[in-house]
Design a protein. Structure first.
Ligand SMILES: [Mn+2]
Ligand SMILES: [Mn+2]
Ligand SMILES: [Mn+2]
Ligand SMILES: [Mn+2]
Lengths: 219, 219
DNA sequence: TAAAATTTTTAGAGTTGCCTAAAAATGATT
DNA sequence: AATCATTTTTAGGCAACTCTAAAAATTTTA
């Protein structure tokens, strides 16, 4: 039996190993879960005993196949619930993460299957993150960002790299939501800020911090 | 902050005080929560400190106003989720209780409100139990049972008193589901078993154990 | 009403998951 | 290579919730 705390550790280790930067070091996991390094060491030992995590003292941790399957299952539930909250209950995309953090721990495979079917098997969550299927297969995560769009070219916004509420609210305010078509009008070398045309209409200026956190797909 | 365990104790005390039979004695609570009497004593002390429960040593416990409000809120969530699971996800009425036991602890008043609205403010859950509204107002629970229906009279099935899966599955099998119209054809004094006409069609014989656990409303 | 049966509480302890403080290991700097 | 800074682990402890065994209170029965 996997506890709620254990599920959260597995998810944290998974996501730290996705973004390539030192992987799941003790401190990185502690930071991610807002806990202390000593607590992480305790848990890594336990998860290692349970054969869910590969762990050797003083080294970053990684997931075993079993650990990976559990992490992906939790992520599947998180993203399906986020989709449900936005599509059916009409929450905004900056309001769902916290609730999904709770819902992702509900244990019932029948529930997940039926929810998936009720939602008509969505492929992406409200933030553009891919939803793993029943077998744990997961689409490659987006990798091209708006800051890499050449001047004069067009693309669609397909996801966000940064998930903070303030970022999501900013995007709502300037109408840079998922699905929006954008054209790169100009980019300034000085600070990499850019002028972007939104949905074939108005032009706005966005900072590098914005454009490097928006995933796009070329048209 | 109320923990998951505390919420379950409050709910147990609430329901033991509804059915009039000695109320929430230590042993009754232990039985209901499948735990030991000594654990119950500990928790009653804690809930009493928190002013959620009225408790004096060796006496059955009852809820304070604050404890009652919390219990009713948890029950509201339980029954709304059960309704969701049956109406939207197409679960059967004998499959939802266990899942709702988990979902009832999700903390977000916005979620409950939006779920209620999405479901169009249902008044009863799949077992005929009343769903409290946002303000905690709850319809009187049904009180007439099929065993009290006089011979020759008709009624609708509106709820179940017993919630076990085997009972619910039996009812499915003999088509004595919620909303069914029944007519009492005959009752045998010997064992109080009864012949019932179902939906104006076939007659079946049911034991006293069945008929005393079915809530009805006279036509 | 005294003994017996039952219920309830207390005492002591285990598990999980977290913490602080201190020790040990690792990595970077001279 | 020795020192310093950082990271990680260990040691010891706390809170929530649970348990078993034993003691105390209450209720039932004779
Ligand atoms: Mn999320
Ligand atoms: Mn998301
Ligand atoms: Mn239920
Ligand atoms: Mn119910």
């Amino acid at each position: 039996m996997i506890s709620l705390a254990e599920e959260n550790y597995l998810k944290a280790i998974y996501s730290l190993n996705q973004i390539q930067q030192g992987g799941a070091s003790t401190n990185a996991v502690a930071e991610k879960l807002d806990t202390k390094a000593s607590s992480v060491t305790d848990m890594l030992k336990k998860l290692s005993e349970k054969k869910l995590v590969n762990y050797t003292k003083y080294q970053p941790a990684s997931l075993t196949n079993r650990g990976m399957a559990i992490a992906i299952d939790v992520i599947r539930k998180h993203r399906l619930w986020e989709f449900f909250l936005v599509e059916k209950l009409k929450f905004k995309w900056d309001e769902v993460h916290e609730i999904a953090e709770q819902l992702e721990h509900i244990r019932s495979s029948a529930l997940v299957d039926r929810l998936d079917s009720f939602l008509e098997y969505p492929k992406f969550d409200p933030h553009g993150d891919p939803i793993p299927d029943k077998e744990g297969r997961i689409n490659k995560i987006h990798d091209t960002v708006l800051s890499a769009l050449p001047i004069g070219e067009e693309a669609h916004i397909v996801g966000v790299k940064e998930h903070s509420n303030s970022f999501l609210q900013y995007l709502d305010a300037v109408k840079l939501v998922l699905g929006t078509r954008v054209k790169l009008i100009n980019r300034f070398e000085f600070d990499q800020s850019a002028i972007v045309q939104i949905a074939g209409k108005e032009n706005i200026t966005i900072s590098f911090d914005i454009s490097k956190n928006l995933y796009i797909k070329f048209i």
